[in-house]
Write a protein that binds this ligand. Structure first.
Ligand SMILES: [Zn+2]
Length: 302
């Protein structure tokens, strides 16, 4: 009898404890997609079809550890997240997350160059592939983020069929992109451990559309003060102004492309201070702002 009672009590104890257990991480609940590549057309002979860039692949960091993505913590500013993810690979990245242009001797791609072409249907259709490293949940995150462009602009990202020029979303060591259309396959990295958030996905794809960071705009000194003394000495180049075409749109402190106030700080103090008479926050994690959308529509004549 004692043994029977003890067994019942044990069962009840286990049952009650299992109900009190914390909910496991979201990604643990999600089915791991073995066949993620089935969602998107994969080219068997991609490498053979595409022009190969000399040493681009050698320059790109390769990510080995892809476990442990804390996808739930989506409250941190995306600029902080991007720079944290790129911390060990920033040496070759411009402005923190931009790959140097493959066209080394060409004029650097800025707003009005390196645009993706518009089709006769009035849409700018841009092919992309997603590495099979990403699981189905991450594929959905990427697809959802890209839907944000489709709902408010004439940009349509679509799974690549056999197009020569396309964006290749890969799980490299950080969150980074090229600026504008490069020609051929261009890598857009979304490291699974820190970059698969709607705002970061949109930020990097916005780079691929040709948009750079808000704080490096040609007219930024009217809107923000760069506190050079607080910037890590080897990172000062990330604050160099660019000769940007601002498309007659005002500076937007809430742009998805605005880094946060402590970007590249060496001492915890602000590196970028808004000159606004009203309190404003630099950077955000929501996604494309109204002016980000407006600029896309102007640049691509949507
Ligand atoms: Zn960026």
């Amino acid at each position: 009898m004692t043994l029977y009672r003890a067994s019942v009590l044990l069962l009840l104890l286990v049952a009650s404890q299992s109900q009190a257990l914390p909910v496991p991480d979201t990604e643990d609940l999600l089915p791991q997609e073995e066949n993620a590549e089935d969602l998107l057309p994969q080219e068997e002979n991609t490498e053979d079809l595409l022009p190969q860039e000399e040493n681009t692949e050698d320059l790109l960091p390769q990510e080995e550890n892809t476990e442990g993505n804390d996808i739930k913590n989506d409250t941190e500013d995306i600029g902080e997240k991007i720079l944290a993810s790129n911390n060990h690979s920033a040496a070759f990245l411009e402005e923190g997350d931009l790959l140097p242009s493959k066209k080394r001797n060409a004029i650097r791609c800025r707003y009005n160059s390196c645009r993706w072409p518009k089709g006769s249907d009035g849409l700018v259709s841009i092919p992309y592939t997603v590495s099979r490293d990403f699981n189905s949940y991450e594929n959905q995150m990427i697809e959802g983020a890209l839907g944000g462009f489709a709902s408010k602009t004439c940009i349509r990202f679509f799974p690549r069929r056999s197009e020569i020029d396309f964006i290749s979303v890969e799980n490299r060591a950080g969150c980074f992109s090229s600026l504008g259309k490069q020609g051929g396959r261009q890598v857009l990295s979304l490291n699974r451990n820190g970059c698969v958030y709607t705002a970061i996905i949109q930020h990097e794809f916005n780079h691929a559309l040709g948009f750079t960071h808000e704080q490096t705009r040609s007219d930024r000194d009217q809107y923000v003060r760069i506190n050079w003394n607080n910037i890590q000495s080897n990172m000062a180049y990330n604050f160099d102004k660019s000769d940007t075409n601002n498309l007659n749109t005002p500076y937007d402190y809430s742009s998805l492309m605005q880094y946060s106030s402590k970007a590249f700080s060496k001492n915890g103090h602000d590196t970028i201070s808004p000159l606004s008479p009203h309190p404003v926050q630099l950077g955000q994690n929501r996604g494309l702002s109204d002016s980000d959308i407006k600029r896309i529509n102007i640049l691509y004549e949507c």
